[in-house]
Ligand binder design. Structure first.
Ligand code: ADP
Ligand code: MG
Length: 319
């Protein structure tokens, strides 16, 4: 029988915890914990495609660009995206390779630097809202607006450093390297791809690709990769065991299962916050509507239990 394939979207906590600075040691420690769970899934006989976020890593790189600008030129956001794909991909692939080797499991692992096509006329380019990088004072913010043409927004109601650069977060269309990734997966390779939502690129008049200053949501980009690879299961691993109704309110309630219709209704009613659970549920709906069979949202340490149907939020298609 053909191996079932799972496309896993790893949340930020899989690589960096909220209270950590982001040293290489810390990140490797988290990645080791993450890979323990991934190894269990591999041992169950599933094929894997892994995608991951890059928010904290690209944020740190942005600070390094700004602090170092008098000595080395600052790199644009698309290049930083590529850098974080290499960084996190390296950490995940090295750790996974070590674990597989220790278990005597002979499965190759590789990271693919992935570009993701977005529309040049995506409305988000006119009205960007996704905060990236450090917090600035009003003075610094004005300076950056003038010098580098940044979009800057106030992101907190009060305080001194309350301004941040905001960039567009366009809707992903398709991963450029999708076919290459699919062939590797079909050949049994564990592939790490579309990291940080992929490097956003637009197609120019002559058809050539060009990177743009934007960031793509990793769950929505992961789903577009799923449309090419066609995994049996789309598994979103984050820091909550289940998605909830009335999130954060006294009448908060775990969701064990929901149909596409229910998911759409809850999304419309505002149960899933924009920028966090919202895009996850949206990605699951897209996956199922595209023809996927099973989408699950759960936490990293419950991944195996959720695959066994014991926990997590399962989103399914109506019969
Ligand atoms: P990741 O790095 O895994 O993408 P996010 O912070 O983007 O993590 O998304 C997970 C977070 O979504 C949870 O920690 C929680 O704070 C938030 N969230 C928003 N709405 C909900 C909801 N309805 N149910 C559960 N969590 C929710
Ligand atoms: Mg997220």
């Amino acid at each position: 029988m053909k191996k079932e394939v799972i496309l896993i979207a790893l949340g930020g906590n899989a690589i960096k915890q909220a209270d950590e600075k982001g040293t290489a040691e810390e990140q490797f420690r988290n990645v080791r914990e993450t890979c323990k769970h991934l190894l269990e899934i591999v041992k169950r006989g599933y094929g894997l495609v892994i995608t991951h976020g890059n928010g904290p890593q690209v944020g740190n790189l942005l600070i390094q660009q700004e602090e170092g600008v008098s000595k080395v030129p600052a790199q644009p956001l698309d290049v930083l995206g590529a850098m974080t794909q290499g960084q996190i991909g390296y950490m995940l692939q090295q750790t996974l390779i070590n674990y597989l080797q220790r278990e005597g499991i002979n499965i190759p692992v590789a990271t693919i630097v992935t570009q993701v096509l977005v529309r040049e006329d995506d409305p988000d380019f006119q009205d960007p809202h996704k905060p990236v990088g450090p917090f600035y004072t009003l003075e610094e913010a004005e300076e950056l607006k003038k010098e580098r043409n940044y979009f800057i927004r106030k992101v907190k109601p009060a305080g001194e450093r309350v301004y941040r650069r905001v960039v567009p977060s366009p809707d992903p269309i398709r991963p450029i390297e999708g076919e290459a990734i699919k062939r590797l997966v079909n050949a049994g390779v564990i592939v790490i791809a579309s990291g940080g939502g992929g490097i956003p690129v637009v197609s120019q008049k002559d058809g050539s690709l060009k990177g743009v200053e934007a960031v793509i949501d990793k769950d929505l980009a992961g789903e577009r990769l799923a449309e090419v690879v066609k995994p049996d299961i789309f598994l979103i691993l984050t820091d909550v065991e289940k998605a909830k109704l009335n999130y954060g309110k006294p009448n908060e309630k775990d969701i064990d299962t929901m149909s596409i219709e229910e998911a759409k209704k809850y999304l419309e009613e505002g149960h899933f916050l924009a920028g966090s659970m919202g895009p996850k549920v949206k990605a699951c709906i897209r996956f199922l509507e595209f023809g996927g069979k099973k989408a699950i949202i759960t936490s990293l340490n419950k991944a195996v239990d959720a695959l066994d149907g014991k926990t997590g939020t399962l989103i399914y298609k109506n019969k």
